[in-house]
Write a protein of this length. Structure first.
Length: 212
């Protein structure tokens, strides 16, 4: 697969272990939801590795010295409804000042193209770096559309965070948005005829919210 310099595969042992739990068809709703959140936490740790730092003078109980703290860069996370909601609670504890936008998409049955049905962003979204959340990157159509909708708000720096991706989805996002870095815990084999990732984990939204 080309363009791997923009794809960050996070193969930490804890992530791989938790991903196994998600893939198991016997994992129930409660455990599935909790593990999605835990995976999002671990992935956020890596996806924010390039946040800028600034020097600050701190007096410890022993001495005064100069240390590093976050440089005040503004962040926003934008889950793609509805499955992306399952990743939000795993990220906010790490970056509490982050604001949350929401974007809802559905696929037009005639054209198979994504259509926006809901979009609500923080008023200062153009000043923020954005991380888009969606557990599955399948065809890449919805992800590419979500990225474009957010670019329409004049957002300059966007990252995409998915738990599992198919090669086709990565290629589509890179073709449409070569400036966007993609963070994934696994790149699976392929898509089946119904657009599901193989071996994947089924429908993430259904498994997070208990709908079938």
């Amino acid at each position: 697969m080309e363009h791997m310099e923009k794809v960050h595969i996070l193969d930490h042992p804890l992530l791989q272990h938790k991903l196994c739990i998600l893939r198991d068809e016997n994992t129930g709703v409660k455990d599935f939801r909790e593990v999605v959140s835990e995976i999002a936490t671990l992935m956020c740790y890596e996806a924010t590795r390039d946040l800028p730092l600034a020097d600050v003078e701190i007096k410890t109980p022993v001495a005064t010295s100069t240390f590093k703290q976050l440089a005040g860069k503004k962040l926003a996370i934008v889950p793609v409804l509805r499955a992306g909601l399952g990743m939000v609670d795993g990220i906010l504890p790490l970056i509490p000042p982050a604001k949350v936008g929401h974007i809802g998409l559905y696929r037009d049955p005639a054209t198979l193209e994504p259509v926006e049905y809901y979009c609500k962003m923080p008023g200062d979204i153009a000043e923020r770096d954005v991380i888009i959340l969606d557990p599955m990157l399948a065809t890449g159509g919805s992800a590419s559309a979500a990225i474009q909708f957010i670019k329409n708000y004049d957002v300059k720096h966007i990252k995409l965070m998915n738990i599992i991706a198919a090669p086709q989805g990565i290629e589509r996002v890179h073709k449409d948005h070569p400036d966007v870095d993609i963070y994934v815990a696994a790149v699976d084999e392929k898509l089946n005829d119904h657009g599901y990732i193989v071996p994947g984990l089924g429908d993430a939204g259904d498994r997070i919210f208990g709908t079938k």
